[in-house]
Write a protein that binds this ligand. Structure first.
Ligand code: PLP
Length: 373
């Protein structure tokens, strides 16, 4: 199959401009003789915590582990419930299942497509230990409301920021609102490494210590001494840390380019019958994906494919319809806004280096499809 003429994302283009700095960072690691959890990981942890405006960042193996370790640091396990949205790709659900807890699903706001505060409130039971709030497609959920509701009930707040590096509400960054902020640095994320990596940020020193132990066999204070039952290996390596330190200074500029791309789509498709994710303040949104909702979504995706345009579904299945979840909680009543989203969402090509001409070409193709209905 020939690759699409306008891809959903283009990492080769993305890395080209910073390739020299990245090569230098990698060469430094090769020469250092230190490859896992060394000075470069420590340095990146400090830089990333500083960028997010929190005291601590703990580098881990990937974003899913970040969620899982954060849940463990909350003391979440069998018998506990964790509330989350069901339209966010199943990462939160995987973490909940992996710690032996039970996922409980709340609906999303049909305009913003992120967790709805009222629905969250209704999903809370005496067993609710934590909520995982996913800032989906780069748009932050309503953290002031969600945090107030959760804290009044003694529920821990875990933010899934894997699509929202650098987004903020009133100047306070994604990940700095909850008890824990979980990040993935998978290569396609707003801040991406050259392999797998992740981090958990927290304001709490004791929790940071627990996370540091959990990522490395449960060792606390001294090597080979583990007071934790659930320690495992999920470390960040020096190469990824060095690359991330080289790229972090570019994050804000990349986010601005992403916002610009998403804004151009919005302007070009105004009045064409496609519905964009509602964004009420630009700082809340870092345009990880540019997602539109269209009733004839599958036909539009096919029309774009025929024109050589890469469009994808993020995500086509509600978590509560996945076999592993049904096995744990049985069949669950459908959540209306979630069902609407999984049936209608389509991600258009959106990355920092996409050109205006490419966006216009995609928008023209979408507009002509909508006009043909
Ligand atoms: C990518 C992603 C994850 C998982 O991160 P990995 O590093 O791939 O494990 C979790 N949550 C969301 C919302 C993501 O987009």
């Amino acid at each position: 199959m020939t690759p699409p003429a306008i891809p959903l994302n283009d990492l080769r283009r993305h890395m080209a401009a910073t390739a020299d700095a990245v090569r230098e960072a990698v060469n430094g690691v090769i020469a250092s003789g230190h490859y896992i959890l060394g000075p470069r990981v420590e340095r990146f942890e400090k830089e990333f915590a500083g960028y997010c405006g929190v005291a601590h960042a703990v580098g881990v193996g990937n974003g899913t582990d970040a969620l899982e370790l954060a849940l463990r640091a909350c003391g979440c396990g069998p018998g506990d419930e964790v509330v989350t949205a069901a339209n966010a790709g199943g990462y939160a659900t995987a973490a909940v299942l992996n710690v032996g807890a039970t996922p409980a699903y709340a609906d999303i706001d049909p305009r913003t497509l992120v967790l709805d505060a009222k629905s969250f409130q209704k999903a809370v039971t005496p067993k609710t230990k934590a909520v995982i709030v996913t800032h989906l497609y780069g748009l932050m959920a309503d953290m002031p409301d969600l945090c107030a509701l959760a804290r009044a009930r003694g529920i821990a707040v875990v933010e899934d920021c894997a699509q929202a590096h650098g987004a903020a509400i009133a100047g306070r960054k994604a990940g700095a609102w909850g008890d824990f902020g979980c990040f993935s640095f998978y290569p396609t994320k707003n801040l991406g490494a050259l392999g797998d990596a992740g981090a958990v940020i927290t304001a709490d020193a004791a929790s940071a210590g627990t996370l540091r132990a959990l990522r490395q066999y449960g060792w606390q204070q001294a090597k080979y001494h583990s007071p934790h039952e659930t320690g495992r290996n999920s470390r960040m390596d020096e190469m990824q840390a060095a690359v991330l330190s080289a790229l972090l200074p570019h994050l804000d500029a990349w986010n601005e380019l992403r916002r610009g791309a998403a804004g151009r789509y919005r302007a070009a498709l105004e009045g064409r019958g496609v519905v964009f994710q509602h964004v009420d303040a630009q700082e809340r949104y870092v345009a990880h994906l540019c997602v539109v909702r269209v009733k004839q979504r599958d036909r539009l995706k096919e029309a774009l494919r025929q024109r050589g345009i890469g469009a994808e579904l993020h995500y086509p299945v509600a978590d509560y319809r996945q076999p592993a979840v049904i096995k744990r909680i049985g069949q669950r009543a459908a959540l209306p806004a979630t069902e609407m989203a999984v049936a209608e969402v389509l991600s258009l090509p959106c990355f920092p280096e996409i050109t205006a001409a490419e966006i216009d070409c995609v928008a023209e193709c979408v507009a002509s499809f909508m006009g043909s209905l």
